[in-house]
Design a protein around this ligand. Structure first.
Ligand code: FE
Length: 365
C-alpha cells in the first residue's frame, strides 16, 4: 500500500477526528487526542484544509493527472491511499466511523456492489452527477458512480488470424483454437467477472463448459497481465488473447518502441455481437458512509464524471467514458460501436465465488 502526501493526510485526519484516541496522530498533535484534557478544544473546522481522501484500487497514470487538475481547479487536495479492493473494503469496515476515507474507488462493478452490501458507502446526492452519468452506469441508490467502462474482448494476430475466423467467446473454447489461446490467470478479477457474466447470462453449466474449453485451448500456462498476452501474440506463442481493450491503446501509445510494435500487430475483435454482446465492466467511486469531507468528495465525483475529465480518461487511458457527451479518441472511434452485455454490474460480484469454484474445477490456473 502506498500513501501519497502523507503529511497532509495525517493533518487532515487529525483535524477531522481529533476526538478519537489512539488514531496514530503525529507528536505535535498529541495533546488534541488526550481525553484527560477536556478543556483543550480540537482544531476548529474553519482551519480545516480543503481535502478529499481516497482509498483507491485503481491506479492508472491518468488518475493522478485528473486529481491534480481537480486540485488546480478547486484548491481541494486529493490524498490517495492505494490498495487492493478487498483489503480496502476490509479496512473501511474495520475503521468504521473513525475512517479518514471519503471515497472508495475500484475497477469492478461486482466489488463496488460488495462495498455497498458491506454497508460502508452512502448515496452521493448530486444533480450534476445524475446529469453526467446515465442511470445504468451508477448504482440505483447512487452508492457508487461509474467513472469509466472497459470491454474485455478478443485481441488477435493480424498476421495469422482473419477477423472472419472470430465470432464469440464460446467459440474460443472450440477445437479450432487448441494451443492458440492466451489469457492471464484465473486469479485476475477481470477473468472472474468475465466468467461471472456468463453464469448470469447462460447459467453455471454452460459457464463451466466454457471454462473447461478455455483451459484446454491455452497456448501456455497463464502468466503475466493483459499486456503480456499481447506480447505473447507478437512473439508467436499464441494467436488470440482475451484482454481489456485499453491495454491495446496503452501499448500503441507506449514510449517503448517494442510495445508500439506489439500494439500494431494486434487486431481488436468485439465478440458476441449477434448474441449477448461483448463483456464490459465498470470502474467507479463510492462516497464512504463516514466521510468527513462529503462536499469535497461529491465535488470530486462531479469533476471525474464531467465532459473534460471523461474525455481525458478516454484519450489517455483508452477506457470508455460513462458520460455520453465525452469525446472518444480516434483509436476508440476506429474500433467502432459495439453491442455490450446488458446486465446488472452487481451480479458480477454475486457470482464471483461460483466463478472461482468453476475455474478451479476446470483447471484454469
Ligand atoms: Fe487494468
Amino acid at each position: 500500500m502506498r500513501i501519497a502526501k502523507w503529511s497532509t493526510f495525517v493533518l487532515s485526519a487529525v483535524t477531522a477526528m481529533s476526538l478519537i484516541a489512539g488514531c496514530g496522530a503525529s507528536t505535535e498533535n498529541k495533546n488534541n487526542t488526550n481525553a484527560a484534557e477536556p478543556t483543550k478544544e480540537p482544531v476548529q473546522d474553519t482551519a480545516k484544509e480543503a481535502v478529499v481522501n481516497v482509498y483507491s484500487a485503481r491506479n492508472y497514470a491518468v488518475d493522478k493527472v485528473l486529481y491534480s487538475k481537480f486540485t488546480e481547479k478547486t484548491g481541494i487536495e486529493v490524498n490517495v491511499v492505494d490498495g487492493k479492493a478487498e483489503e480496502l473494503i476490509e479496512r473501511l469496515k474495520r475503521e468504521g466511523e473513525s475512517t479518514t476515507a471519503d471515497l472508495f474507488i475500484t475497477v469492478d462493478g461486482g466489488v463496488l456492489n460488495n462495498a455497498k452490501q458491506a454497508g460502508i458507502l452512502q448515496p452521493a446526492v448530486s444533480d450534476v452527477i445524475n446529469a453526467n452519468v446515465p442511470a445504468d452506469r451508477r448504482d440505483a441508490d447512487n452508492e457508487w458512480i461509474g467513472l469509466s467502462t472497459r470491454a474485455r474482448v478478443i485481441a488477435y494476430s493480424k498476421d495469422r488470424v482473419k477477423p472472419e475466423q472470430l465470432s464469440t467467446y464460446e467459440d474460443l473454447a472450440s477445437e479450432s483454437w487448441k494451443g492458440k489461446l492466451l489469457v492471464r490467470s484465473s486469479t485476475s478479477l477481470y477473468n472472474q467477472s468475465l466468467l461471472s457474466s456468463f453464469i448470469e447470462l447462460n447459467g453455471a453449466e454452460k459457464a463451466e463448459q466454457w471454462s473447461q474449453g478455455i483451459a484446454a485451448n491455452l497456448a501456455r500456462e497463464p502468466e503475466g497481465g493483459d499486456r503480456d498476452q499481447a506480447k505473447a501474440i507478437a512473439a508467436g506463442v499464441g494467436d488470440v488473447a482475451l484482454m481489456n481493450t485499453y491495454y491495446v491503446g496503452l501499448l500503441l501509445n507506449s514510449e517503448d518502441a517494442e510495445e508500439v510494435k506489439v500494439g500494431n500487430s494486434l487486431g481488436v475483435f468485439f465478440p458476441n455481437q449477434d448474441t449477448t454482446g461483448a463483456h464490459i465492466n465498470i470502474s467507479g467511486a463510492g462516497l464512504t458512509k463516514h466521510s468527513k469531507n462529503q462536499e469535497n468528495a461529491i465535488k470530486l465525483i462531479e469533476y471525474l464524471t464531467d465532459v473534460e475529465a471523461q474525455s481525458l480518461v478516454s484519450s489517455e487511458n483508452f477506457e470508455y467514458p460513462v458520460n455520453p457527451k465525452a469525446e472518444l479518441p480516434e483509436l476508440l472511434q476506429s474500433w467502432g460501436e459495439f453491442k455490450a452485455q446488458t446486465l446488472d454490474f452487481g451480479k458480477l460480484g454475486e457470482h464471483n465465488a461460483k466463478a472461482i469454484e468453476i475455474m478451479n474445477k476446470t483447471g484454469w490456473k
